[in-house]
Every structure is written in structure tokens, then in C-alpha cells.
Design a protein around this ligand. Structure first.
Ligand SMILES: NC(=O)c1ccc[n+]([C@@H]2O[C@H](COP(=O)([O-])OP(=O)(O)OC[C@H]3O[C@@H](n4cnc5c(N)ncnc54)[C@H](OP(=O)(O)O)[C@@H]3O)[C@@H](O)[C@H]2O)c1
Length: 431
């Protein structure tokens, strides 16, 4: 057997400690699969005293993570600290610049600096691997990059954030409001104390930008991702979705259109029968559509110590076995500048919820505003009666229309004196 692959791990938090455990517990199996042992040579974190529930004796400890990149015997640096800049970026750049391979779970880093890091890796003959950065334990990067290499993709979409999927699922199952379910998710440790990264769609947008780059062979373009979160999704919307045969999911979608590549993260109405609608709770799910393969669906745990460690270690086995693939599937210079499609040009159907005064003529005014923008209606639901001056919900669904027209119509509807709250809109997807 070949000599061991010497690994340094920067960051021993949730993912770092999980990775150490996996490498220790599966050592024999991994050695056979990789053709050589995977040996942790050094680790770095901030607090040396902290009990991490893992065996660290015999490993060299560094307070300064950047020092790992300098160790001559180390072939791979595993970055599990996090953050788009700062120490994480420093460690990764230093390691690549010295020709050391890098494995990272850091979606923020890859979404912001992914293309330039891929170039740096290439220049120095190093591998940059980031399976764990998107959808935790689901091997979606390898699937898109290698498993589907024979296809041109038309669309990749998925549930890329477990926290928001848990919140939406629980709201539907229990009939409770967003704020209440969010507070519970925080208590259970599914949501951070500052949940904005998850619930405003930022985390999902990082992952989508990476997926779009791997799937469509273009430079990572985080700024090109249209991003909306789930704060405005109400119980009413969830109930109406059920009535209309839909589920509401926060999806990341990359889709090839006549105008270029659409990249968007926002709440979506999806048919209850669609495979992605069945991905519930903290689970992630991803669907890829290729011209030869058709539809491929993957589902699994998108976070957590062991699922994420599973993805980190898969990258390490590839490196140990000498399997080399460019980070984004093609050499950095071959990443084509497929243009991004502006959200205003998005075409799709829409769900609209209005809170209106219960009086004759209101629906006619709303219909007129839609007609003025050439938006045609598919259905209208008005339920219940309200005392004079109080609001009742009215729900409309449209045929396929253009986003810019929809926005103009909603602005006009919002100005009607009989419409009491800002109109809510959720895009309806055709899968
Ligand atoms: N958690 C998940 O389920 C998950 C899933 C997929 C991807 N990821 C990604 O994986 C990465 C790590 O996430 P995590 O949840 O494991 O984070 P975490 O639990 O907060 O762990 C971060 C680790 O980095 C160490 N660290 C922070 N600043 C440092 C510094 N200046 N020098 C050396 N070490 C430093 C911390 O040291 P101390 O322990 O001493 O404080 C800690 O061990 C992130 O990029 C995250 O986005 C996480």
C-alpha cells in the first residue's frame, strides 16, 4: 500500500469534529478504497481546552490555522472554519499557492471567490474540492460534474436550506405562524440565534451560485442570484396552496432560458405530486434535468456533523486515490460567459394574495389592473365575508406571464384604496 495521505484540518467545530470521527472510525475501509491510509497529521482551532468529543492525542495542534498551509509533510488542507474572507480564505489561498490540495465545506467562500480559487488551484497543480459546501451529505457536485458529464443541463433546482424547509413544513403540518415556528426551530437548534442568513435565502443563494457554476460551466456569479426569503409566507398562503394542490418550498433554481441563465432563490408553489414537494423537514433535495438522462432526483441530509463529514471524506478519498477533476468540471479558462437572465424577464405563472375590503367592484378593479399589463387570470378564490371596513383574502392565480408585467400590475393593485395590505406574490413553478 502507498504511504498515507497526510491531512491537516482547520476548524474542529460541528463539521471538523465529525470529519475527525469519520476518518478515525472508518480508517480501514477508507484505506482500502483510497489505496492508501488517510492520516490526520495536524489540526487547528481557537480553543485548545474545549472538549470536542473526539480523540486528538497524537495530533499536532496549531492555534494559527494559516500555519497548516506551511507544513511540508501535509498534502491536503481541509478548511472547516467558515466565512467568505478572513482566516478561512487565507488558509485556502496559502495552501493552494503551495500546491497543496484543499477540501472545504465553505459555501460562502466558494460562492464569493470560487472562480479565482479554482484558477489558483490550477496554476499550482492542486485540487480544490467542495462537495460538502452544497447540500451537506448529498453528493450533488460529483453528480453534476461527473455523473452527468454527458448531458447539457436545462435546469437544476432544489431545496438547499434545511432550516427554511423545516419551518415551512412545520407551518403546514401544525397550522402555526412563521414567527412561532421560527422560535421553536431556534430552541431545537435547527435555526441560528440570528436566522437571517437562512430565512432571507442568503445561504441558499450561495449554494445555488455554486451549483449553477458546476452545472452550466460558467464563473460563479453570486451577484446574479435573485434572492428572496420566507419571512412573508403566511399561514394563509400555506392553506391556500393546499387548496390549490400546491406546496410552498424555498427553492434555488438555475434555468437556461432564451435570455441566458436564470438564477433565483425564492418561495415557490410546486405541485403536490412533484418529487421536490415530498422533501420535507430538515431534508434537502435537488433535481437536475439533462438532455440525455432526463430527470435525476437526490434527497438527503443537507447539514449536520456526519452527513457533512461524509461529503468532506469523499473528496479526501478522491484526492488520496489520485482522481483529479477541475473544480467546476472544466478548466477555469473554459468557463464560458453564458449571460445571466434578468429577473424582470422571468416568465412563469403567479399566485397572488390580496387582503381587500369586502365590497362590490373590488375584484373588477384588480382584474382591470392585471388586464392593463396583459396578465391573464387562471383562477380566483374569494372566501368568507368580513364586517364593513375589514379585510378578506382574495387569491388569484395567473397564466404564464412576464415578471416585469406582474410587478407593474401588483404596484397598481397595491395603490387601490380597497386593497388593505401590500399584495403578496409567490411564483408557481411548472414541475
Ligand atoms: N454545520 C453544518 O451542518 C454545515 C454543513 C455544511 C457546510 N458547513 C460549513 O462548514 C464550515 C464549518 O461549519 P461548522 O458548523 O462546523 O462551524 P463551527 O461549528 O462554528 O466550527 C468552526 C470551527 O472553526 C474554528 N475557528 C474559528 N475561527 C478560527 C480561527 N481564527 N483560527 C482557527 N480556528 C478557528 C472554531 O474553533 P473553536 O472550536 O476553538 O471555537 C471551530 O472549531 C462552514 O463553512 C459551514 O458553512 C457546515
Amino acid at each position: 500500500m502507498k504511504p498515507p495521505l497526510k491531512i491537516a484540518i482547520a476548524g474542529l467545530g460541528t463539521v471538523g469534529a465529525g470529519t475527525v470521527q469519520l476518518l478515525q472510525r472508518q480508517a480501514e475501509l477508507l484505506a482500502v478504497r483510497a489505496g492508501r491510509p488517510l492520516a490526520i497529521a495536524a489540526v487547528a482551532a481557537r480553543d485548545r481546552q474545549r472538549d470536542r468529543g473526539v480523540e486528538l492525542s497524537g495530533l499536532s495542534w496549531y492555534d494559527d490555522a494559516a500555519a497548516l498551509a506551511e507544513l511540508p509533510e501535509v498534502e491536503v488542507v481541509v478548511e472547516l472554519i467558515g466565512g467568505a474572507d478572513g482566516i478561512a480564505r487565507q488558509v485556502v489561498e496559502a495552501a493552494l499557492a503551495r500546491g497543496k490540495h484543499v477540501v472545504t465545506a465553505n459555501k460562502a467562500l466558494m460562492a464569493v471567490h470560487g472562480t479565482e480559487l479554482a484558477r489558483l488551484a490550477e496554476q499550482h497543480g492542486a485540487t480544490l474540492a467542495f462537495e460538502a459546501a452544497v447540500a451537506g451529505g448529498i453528493p450533488i457536485i460529483k453528480t453534476l460534474r461527473e455523473g452527468l458529464a454527458g448531458n447539457r443541463l436545462s435546469r437544476v433546482y432544489g431545496i438547499l436550506n434545511g432550516t427554511t424547509n423545516y419551518i415551512l413544513t412545520t407551518m403546514r403540518e401544525t397550522g402555526r405562524d412563521f414567527a412561532e415556528v421560527l422560535a421553536e426551530a431556534q430552541r431545537l437548534g435547527y435555526a441560528e440565534a440570528d436566522p437571517s442568513f437562512d430565512i432571507d435565502g442568503v445561504d441558499a443563494s450561495h449554494k445555488l451560485a455554486i451549483l449553477a457554476s458546476v452545472g452550466f460551466g460558467r464563473p460563479v456569479d453570486l451577484a446574479g442570484v435573485h434572492t428572496e426569503g420566507i419571512r412573508h409566507v403566511s399561514r394563509l398562503d400555506i392553506d391556500f396552496a393546499e387548496e390549490l394542490g400546491f406546496r410552498i418550498k424555498l427553492l434555488g433554481i438555475a434555468r437556461l432560458t432564451d435570455h441566458g441563465l436564470e438564477q433565483r432563490v425564492h418561495p415557490c408553489m410546486v405541485r403536490r405530486e412533484a418529487p421536490i414537494a415530498a422533501v420535507e423537514g430538515v431534508f434537502n433535495g435537488i433535481v437536475a434535468e439533462g438532455d440525455f438522462v432526463g430527470q435525476v432526483v437526490l434527497e438527503g441530509r443537507g447539514a449536520g456533523a456526519f452527513p457533512t463529514a461524509s461529503a468532506v471524506v469523499a473528496d479526501l478519498v478522491d484526492i488520496a486515490a489520485g482522481r483529479r477533476v477541475p473544480p467546476f468540471g472544466v478548466p477555469a479558462a473554459a468557463l464560458a460567459s453564458l449571460p445571466g437572465a434578468a429577473m424582470e424577464r422571468h416568465q412563469g405563472a403567479y399566485y397572488i394574495r390580496l387582503m381587500v375590503v369586502d365590497q362590490p367592484g373590488v375584484i373588477a378593479d384588480v382584474a382591470a389592473a392585471l388586464r392593463d399589463e396583459n396578465v391573464s387570470l387562471e383562477s380566483v378564490i374569494q372566501r368568507g365575508r368580513a364586517p364593513p371596513g375589514e379585510a378578506v383574502p382574495v387569491v388569484l392565480t395567473t397564466h404564464v406571464t412576464v415578471e416585469a408585467a406582474m410587478r407593474n400590475a401588483l404596484a397598481a393593485i397595491g395603490r387601490l384604496s380597497t386593497v388593505l395590505e401590500p399584495p403578496r406574490m409567490i411564483r408557481i413553478e411548472d414541475f
